[in-house]
Structures are given as C-alpha cells and as structure tokens.
Design a protein around this ligand. Sequence first.
Ligand code: DAH
Length: 339
Amino acid sequence: MLDTISTLRSQIETDAAAVSNAAEAEAFRLKHLVRKGTIAALFDRLREVPKDAKRETGQALNDLRTSAEVTFEAMQSRFSNAPAATPRQDVTLPGRTLYHGHEHPLRQAQGRIEEIFTRMGFSIATGPMVEDDYHNFEALNFAPDHPARDMQDTFFVKMEGRDDILLRTHTSPVQIRLMKSQKPPIRAIMPGRVFRNEAVSARSLAEFHQVEGLYVDRGVTLAQLKGTLFEFARAYYGSGVKMRFRNSYFPFTEPSAEMDITCFLCNGTGCRICKQTGWLEILGCGMVHPRVLRNCGIDPEEYSGYAFGMGIERSQLLRIGLDDIRLFYENDIRMLEQF
Ligand code: DAH
C-alpha cells in the first residue's frame, strides 16, 4: 500500500508539472481531488490494510492529499489571476481642464484700492463690525432722530442690558476710533464689511463692503481732497476717465460732496445705466465737520481734515461694467473666472 501511495505521489507530481492553464488545473482536480478521484480511491482501500500498518498508511495518505491540495491551490491562483483584457484607451480625447483658483473680484478691487492709496502715503486701519450707536452715529454728528438710525436701516444686536449695539452701517465709525486713539497727522484708509437692513436687489445688498478714507493735519484743504480723489479715479478707472464733484450732505462733513465719473457704458452721452445723465456716482466725501473733530478731542481751530467713503462692490461693478451687484455672491465660476 505504501508503494502504491508513493507511485500515486509521483504521478500527481508529473501531472502537476504538465498543467499550464486554468482548464488543465481543473482536470487535475477532477482526476485527483474529488470524491471519485485517485486519492479518495486509496482512502477506500484503507480497510484492506492490516491493523498494525493502518496508522502509518493513513498518515501517508493524509500527507499526499494535503500536498495535492496545496499544489492545486497554487495552480489556481497562478492561472485565475491572469490580467483582464486591457481596456481600450482613446488617446484622442481632450485632456481634463485644471481650474486654478484666484482672488475673488471683490478682493482684487480692495487690493487695488489699497495699493493706490498706500502709494500716496495712506496706511490701512480696521475696526469692529459690531459697533455701538456712539461710534456709528452719535460721534459722527447724526442727530438723535436721524432716519438712518431707524430699525428699517440698521440691524440692532440683542444684548442684555444694552440697546445701542448694532452692526455698523458704514465704515465711518473707524474714523472716530482712529481720531480718538491717534494724534494728527492721521492718514489712513479703512476697508471693511458693513450691514444694512435693505432688500437684496440688482443695486443693493444687505451686507457689502466699503473703504473709508481720512486725512487730518494742519492745513488740510478741499483742494487736496479733490486732487487725491482725482488721482485715485485715474489710477483705478483708467486715465481717460472724467470726474466731477457735486455738492451733497453728510452729517459728519461740511462742506460735503459726491464724486461722479463718466459712465462706462455710454462714455458720457447718456444711457440706461447712468439714467441718461452720462455720470455715475462713485463716492461721498467732504471736510470733516468741526463737531466731529471736537468729539474726538481734536481742536478744529488747529486742525482740519477730509474724509471719503466708497462701496467696494459698486466700484468694481463700474470698473468691469456689470449691472447686477448680486453676481459677486453667486459663486458662478463662469463669472468669477473672467476676472
Ligand atoms: N459713510 C457714508 C455712507 O455710508 C459714505 C461717506 C460719505 C463717508 C462722506 C465719508 C464721507 O467719509 O466723508 O454712505
């Protein structure tokens, strides 16, 4: 019996060596490893083996079966892991476009404004978005019953024990903070976010950005204000732009003005965008009101100052010729990637 086992082992080794594909491996299994196979047949004959040799023979058969199984598993993994047919590749397909991120058009606008003014000697200052009535209105010479304080325009913040906390409606309160904390000469621009209780439309948002400007020193004049703003407009809107000052009113400046530039769409001949006037308003400005200087501990007999404020969204709309302010916040890549 042991000889028979040894002969079968050689047979199995020879068969295994000849297997070269999955079908032959399967034939190997059917010949040797199934219930009706060669090894099982020898197990059946174990009954005929004399008692004293049973143990040794059984052991030899077990070894043979184990090694045949291991051989078969090795074949199986060798032949079933053949790589699947390579997928077809179309080398003429266009490549995938990579989108490079870049500064949002509003950040670009703020950056340009900051660059132009810092070149003229202005520094950059900031202040809190959550303000109090004093800095946002009172110190800026707003009368107690001024309509801007109305619930319609201002977002008030609920705070226990305080009814004067609000989201700043403009960047002008930063002027107050600067004049209270520094001595003249003060020359700074103050960019930042502002909030107004307004319906969102093509022309207005409830949350937008402004840049405030302030220059306080001995002998500051309206002519200097004009020169500075004209220089800014030429740098920002292009050297061909025409400008004009129109008188206006703000509680914190006297005299006050608004500055217009020629309409980008019609070049001053009159159209829908400029309401047939040929002009577009870009900012408010004026000479700092003596009462505002005094509120900040600056003597208006000794010092004078000018101030101005403009909307960043609006300035960028005019510069690139868009007619809907909401486009800046829709995050539409087709719009953003153009700037
Ligand atoms: N604070 C004004 C506004 O929000 C803009 C402004 C006008 C600012 C005149 C100024 C100024 O500093 O002098 O409409």
